[in-house]
Design a protein around this ligand. Structure first.
Ligand SMILES: NC(=O)c1ccc[n+]([C@@H]2O[C@H](COP(=O)([O-])OP(=O)(O)OC[C@H]3O[C@@H](n4cnc5c(N)ncnc54)[C@H](O)[C@@H]3O)[C@@H](O)[C@H]2O)c1
Length: 255
């Protein structure tokens, strides 16, 4: 299969979810080889089987990205099976709700806070720490961080841990873009608005309806629309773009 990512290896975290899977399939459709990381072992194994049956070079490794040792083991297995990666998509993210709503600061158990920081923020450091030595050596690399409009503007449907970690990813994107630019490694981010994925099932329908009413394009986004922007950042077309975080939000919470 030929395309923009011919002979390139991409690693995607949270690869068995809505946006992650759309990104995986986008790379594969354009000739890439893809390493998938997710803690949904059963879903991931079935997904890998389907992708391979369609002739794709895909390797799934179950791992909880909140733990560095599991990230290391997943990275090592993917690169030994597919070759060293020049593209890393830090897509994984969680947004816990209690009875469909975001907890306020006085209600939030510290364990929940720590878990969101570990998954949404620490994992991005772990994976980027593992992937960048090869990129620097090769003088070729693309890191894409999945932030959110909630990292840029107040959004009452998420809790503070989510906003803080997604804002943290914007800081990391700028900082690493500056650190890695001299090695031809770009670092960019995406800030999706409301995208129709399993993550949204944790909130009542009326919340999604309310968001749709104040979104310029008057609808939710699709995982493929986020994947398209991700593939642009990963491609050669974006070779002079770094340190940027692009809203893919249909004009919701415009920043
Ligand atoms: N859906 C939206 O509206 C929206 C909006 C803005 C940003 N985002 C961001 O986009 C990204 C993808 O979101 P989505 O809607 O596709 O989510 P999703 O819930 O559909 O998928 C997330 C995936 O991550 C995996 N995962 C969760 N915790 C993990 C862990 N500890 N270790 C390994 N895998 C883990 C899940 O198994 C799942 O497959 C997230 O970072 C999310 O914050 C989503």
């Amino acid at each position: 299969m030929s395309g923009r990512f011919q002979d390139q290896v991409a690693i995607v975290t949270g690869a068995v979810g809505g946006i992650g899977s759309a990104i995986v399939e986008g790379f594969l459709a354009e000739g890439g080889r893809v390493g998938l990381i997710d803690f949904n072992a059963q879903g991931g194994q079935a997904y890998e089987k389907t992708l391979r049956e369609h002739g794709h070079d895909a390797v799934f490794v179950p791992a909880d990205v909140a733990h560095f040792d599991q990230c290391q083991a997943a990275y090592d297995r993917i690169t030994s099976e597919l070759g060293a990666a020049t593209i890393l998509v830090n897509n994984v993210g969680i947004s816990p709700k209690t009875e469909g709503r975001a907890l306020k600061v006085w209600e939030m158990p510290p364990g929940e806070w720590n878990n969101v920081v570990a998954v949404n923020l620490n994992s991005v450091f772990y994976m980027t720490h593992l992937a960048t030595p090869h990129m620097v050596k090769q003088r070729q690399g693309r890191v894409i961080n999945m932030s959110s409009v909630a990292g840029k503007a107040y959004c009452d449907i998420v809790a503070a841990h989510y906003a803080a970690t997604k804002a943290g990813l914007i800081g990391l994107t700028r900082h690493w873009a500056a650190e890695l630019g001299e090695f031809d490694v770009t670092v960019n981010g995406l800030a999706p608005g409301r995208i129709s994925t399993p993550l949204l099932k944790s909130v009542p329908q009326e919340i999604n309806d309310a968001v749709t009413r104040v979104t310029a394009l008057r609808r939710l986004g699709t995982p493929e629309e986020v994947a398209d922007a991700c593939l642009f950042f990963a491609s050669d077309q974006a070779r002079f773009v770094t340190g940027q975080v692009l809203d893919v939000a249909g004009g919701w919470l415009m920043t």
